[in-house]
Design a protein around this ligand. Structure first.
Ligand SMILES: [Zn+2]
Length: 314
């Protein structure tokens, strides 16, 4: 292919322009906030609106327990003015980096802002706490309010704007909490059991009166064995639970093994869908927002657990 000198110069010019735009974007004076999970980015966006450039390191389908920061992430974390992460060891492999950065800039652990009494203890490890606080909408709302206070401290010139945004968003979260409660109430009491790949729904269970069983523990770092699978199969079969759930950020293999186990015991359980546990849906979709992910999960849970696993005998 032959390129004329004019075409060649044009291409070089566009390339230089592209590079300079990219540099400008980072150094344009706007506050740069880097978040770990999508849920946190969504909360920050709802508070600060267009007053900052906001980015999340972990996209849809990414498991925060196993996530290791890439070279690109390290660059972003270095460039960030503010870092917001979940804490309570959710980002198990990023603790050291976040601790180091905490000495240089504002680093906020959102789940650690709420009072300790509202945390759920991890039954597997003494002294450890369940990090998945976002599934109790009321508790997440509290975390949003406290995060807003922290962000205002870093940008007092926009205080009233942040306060207004937070009020609006918190009202939406109040409605969401009520909607989840009334939806979950539709499930028969003896079927309010949520079986998932890992124990991400402890706060959900406590807030909405649902028993939760995960094959893996609070973190996907923990292994599960054949005994865990067979115990769960026995439990599902004995309690005639109609549906179990996979998660978008965890391998589906384990839950499929449970499904097969139940079938071999004559209990026809179904997979009620893939829940958004530790990551949200695709950006730009309803499930790509915190409110959307909760609605989507609740819809699948209510549908799966309200149906009969076998048609009534005649
Ligand atoms: Zn998790």
């Amino acid at each position: 292919m032959y390129w004329s000198p004019t075409k060649f110069i044009t291409v070089i010019f566009i390339f230089i322009l592209f590079i300079s735009c990219d540099t400008k974007e980072i150094n344009d004076g706007q506050t740069y906030i880097v978040c770990t999970t999508g849920m946190i980015k969504d909360a920050v966006e709802n508070i600060v609106g267009e007053k900052a450039k906001i980015e999340a390191l972990m996209g849809p389908g990414v498991d925060p327990h196993l996530y290791k920061a890439t070279q690109g992430d390290l660059k972003k974390l270095q460039q960030a003015d503010i870092i917001v992460y979940n804490g309570l060891f959710l980002e198990g492999k990023m603790g050291e980096i976040l601790q180091k950065l905490n000495r240089k800039k504002t680093v906020i652990a959102m789940a650690e802002l709420v009072p300790e009494q509202s945390h759920l203890n991890n039954t597997e490890f003494q002294g450890a706490v369940d990090p998945h606080i976002w599934f109790d909408v009321k508790l997440w709302k509290r975390a949003v309010e406290l995060l807003s206070n922290e962000l205002i401290k870093t940008d007092t010139t926009h205080q009233s704007y942040y306060v207004d945004n937070t009020k609006k968003y918190v009202n939406q979260l109040d409605s969401l909490h009520k909607a989840v409660k009334s939806q979950i109430d539709k499930i028969p009491d003896d079927k309010k059991v949520l079986v998932t790949a890992h124990d991400a729904f402890g706060y959900f269970g406590r807030a909405y009166n649902v028993e939760v069983r995960g094959l893996q523990g609070i973190s996907t770092l923990s292994e599960y064995g054949l005994r865990d699978v067979s115990n769960l199969v026995d439990y599902i079969t004995e309690n005639k639970i109609p549906a179990i759930y996979t998660e978008t950020s965890v391998s589906k293999k384990a839950i499929r093994a449970v499904l097969e186990g139940c079938k071999s015991k004559g209990h026809d359980v179904i997979i009620g869908g893939s829940l958004y546990s530790d990551a949200m849906g695709q950006e730009g979709t309803f499930e790509g927002t915190y409110i959307g992910m909760v609605h989507s999960n609740v819809e699948k849970i209510v549908k799966g657990l309200s149906m009969n696993s076998k048609p009534p005998e005649k």
